[in-house]
Design a protein around this ligand. Sequence first.
Ligand SMILES: [Mn+2]
Length: 238
Amino acid sequence: MKKPVNIVHTSDTHLGDPYGHSASEESLKNVLDAVDSTKSNFLIIVGDVFDNERVSNDSVCFFLDQISRTNVPVIILPGNHDLMHSNSVYKRPIFKNSPQNLYIFQNPNGEEIQFKNFGISFWGKAMEEHSPKFKPLTNISFGNNEFWKIALAHGQFEEEGVNSGRSSLISPQNIKESGCDYVALGHWDSFTDVSQDNIPAYYSGCPTKLSKQKTGMVSLINLDPSIGVSHTRYPLNS
Ligand SMILES: [Mn+2]
């Protein structure tokens, strides 16, 4: 059932923001290069792929061209900058001609995207509204318990008892109760490990080089039926 799988995990590219994220296009290219050089089987981008819903069609075309550089499935979870609502960038007609390997979560209540050939399932809630009532990592369900279980969630991790009332909160309890082999998080530009008990949970951070780094980075997840799950950080060309 479960096969060995390599996944590249990134988030928060913010395409179409020439001011705050001027290197976003170069960074996405570097991510696609990394998918190739690591011989990965999947690429997951956990929200804020686009900076806003007014981005130019050129930005969207650039994105689709990059996705078409690979044959591996590319799985997108909409975040608070690229919400899945009536004016969503993902609802533009141009997406009707998407590359075959592009998968976008649509359902705000959560859905699964399964790949039987690898014995793996990805679960996520497409954000419709960035609000305190949206909980990105609750009511998870997987149809096949024999598959690798990967959850994607875009939101704000917060320790128990803080009770900030902020939007799209993710709690330690949500991660513990997820029952996942790996929880892929997005929303934060900086890499952060928020693993709980035996459940690995990481913010990959954005793929653009931050001031204190030598290069941009992605998270590389290796799932091996005999060894288990490992997470490493993979430096991008720059
Ligand atoms: Mn965000």
